[in-house]
Design a protein around this ligand. Structure first.
Ligand SMILES: *[C@@H]1O[C@H](CO)[C@@H](O)[C@H](O)[C@H]1NC(C)=O
Ligand SMILES: *[C@@H]1O[C@H](CO)[C@@H](O)[C@H](O)[C@H]1NC(C)=O
Ligand SMILES: *[C@@H]1O[C@H](CO)[C@@H](O)[C@H](O)[C@H]1NC(C)=O
Length: 368
């Protein structure tokens, strides 16, 4: 009896609500564009294959088909920019993608609320860092990827993509810089790096995590803010001289028996306009390499030294004139390459480049 009364009441409530609902317009969902470049998220292999599969096969519209009801979260448009493994993505691709994202989000007539880029995890941190530096109109830019191909027993791609699309359309994601989404975590593009080569917890740098997802809906640990050490560049100014490529910067890996001939070859044979050395430890350079570095800097070619451990900073020296090379602070080698390319494209002087990398950390710790 009671049950029946309740049923009647519920039916009545629905009956009362229905005409009201019918008068409502369609719920407004955000416009989100997904730019697909390939990667494992578009990978295809056999059921048990999580290493030898082929990356960059499935078109993005197929992958979206794995997410039922996606249209209730966003009005998704797609651009299939390429279908490549991320080790095959080069910096001219990143420049082209930055231009696309800038048009979609920051042009005067832009009607997109957010953009998602799908790509392989191997260079996700580089794409995200470049976009973080160049796209400055407060709308969400989200890079996502997967560690398992779509053909695996429990692929992570569709869930990551749903998280990323929801985040890109979310008001709460504005004014936070570019973000990387994998494994139900939101990471700041400035700080994140790939830390794990195989499992799904691939991105987990200690300063990077700013939020997560429940029900594929984002939440944040902090109010909207930008990384303190982050720098931005104007896209049009950056591409004024060359709108397809950034100046060439080579990265050299530090280890015992560091060979200074590699520095000389980077300038002479490879025509590098700047060099990043991933120094050992917190960016240490052996005394025997200093003369070579000094002579390269004297030719007007900046040398930036980053730390080898993923966690922590390559700290500047208290006296900036103590070394000809520049320490990269919290910016890691692959990202220091991008800042240096951007600085060179913007005609930064050697002093400007030193300030870019060292300025904020120097003033924080030495009060200069
Ligand atoms: C989505 O784009 C359409 C077409 O430009 C526009 O009319 C609409 O207002 C946009 N919606 C949102 C939520 O931005
Ligand atoms: C969905 O996005 C497309 C492409 O931007 C746009 O033309 C269309 O108007 C949008 N639909 C709505 C309901 O906003
Ligand atoms: C831009 O740089 C690339 C790579 O160095 C070069 O191939 C291209 O010719 C340059 N374009 C212009 C307009 O200078």
């Amino acid at each position: 009896m009671r049950l029946q009364a309740l049923t009647t009441l519920t039916t009545a409530a629905f009956a009362a609500a229905a005409p009201f609902k019918a008068r409502q317009e369609e719920p407004k969902v955000p416009n989100v564009t997904v730019i697909a470049t390939g990667g494992t998220i578009a990978g295809v292999g056999s059921t048990f294959d999580t290493t030898g599969y082929k990356a960059g096969v499935r078109p993005i519209v197929d992958i979206l088909g794995d997410i039922p009801d996606i249209e209730t979260r966003a009005n998704v448009s797609t651009i299939q920019y390429s279908n490549l493994a991320s080790e095959a993505i080069v910096s001219t691709d990143m420049v082209a993608i930055a231009k696309l994202v800038n048009n979609l989000l920051c042009a005067p007539d832009a009607d997109q609320d957010g953009v998602v880029i799908t790509q392989g995890t191997d260079t996700t941190e580089e794409t995200a860092f470049l976009l973080d530096s160049l796209i400055n109109c407060n709308k969400p830019v989200v890079v996502t990827a997967s560690m398992r191909p779509g053909t695996a027993v429990s692929p992570d791609g569709p869930g990551n993509l749903l998280d990323a699309i929801t985040l890109a359309g979310s008001e709460t994601a504005k004014d936070r810089g570019a973000m990387v989404v994998l494994n139900d975590k939101i990471q700041s593009a400035f700080y994140t790096s790939k830390m794990q080569a195989n499992n799904m917890n691939a991105f987990s740098e200690e300063n990077a995590e700013i939020g997560g997802f429940l029900n594929y809906e984002p939440y944040f640990y902090y109010t909207a803010s930008q990384p303190f050490f982050k720098k931005t560049f104007n896209l049009d100014e950056t591409l004024k001289k060359n709108d397809t490529a950034l100046p060439k910067v080579d990265v050299i890996y530090g280890s015992q028996d560091f060979d200074t001939n590699l520095l000389i070859a980077a300038v002479a044979a490879s025509d590098a306009k700047g060099i990043v050395i991933q120094g050992v430890g917190e960016g240490s350079i052996p005394t025997f390499a200093e003369d070579t570095i000094n002579s390269i800097v004297e030719q007007g070619i900046p040398v930036v030294v980053s730390a080898k451990p993923v966690y922590g900073a390559a700290a500047p020296k208290e006296d900036a004139s103590e070394a000809s090379y520049i320490k990269s602070g919290f910016v890691k080698a692959a990202q220091a390459k991008i800042y240096l390319e951007l600085a060179l494209a913007n005609d930064y002087s050697m002093d400007d480049i030193r300030t870019l990398f060292e300025g904020d950390l120097r003033s924080s710790i030495f009060h200069q």
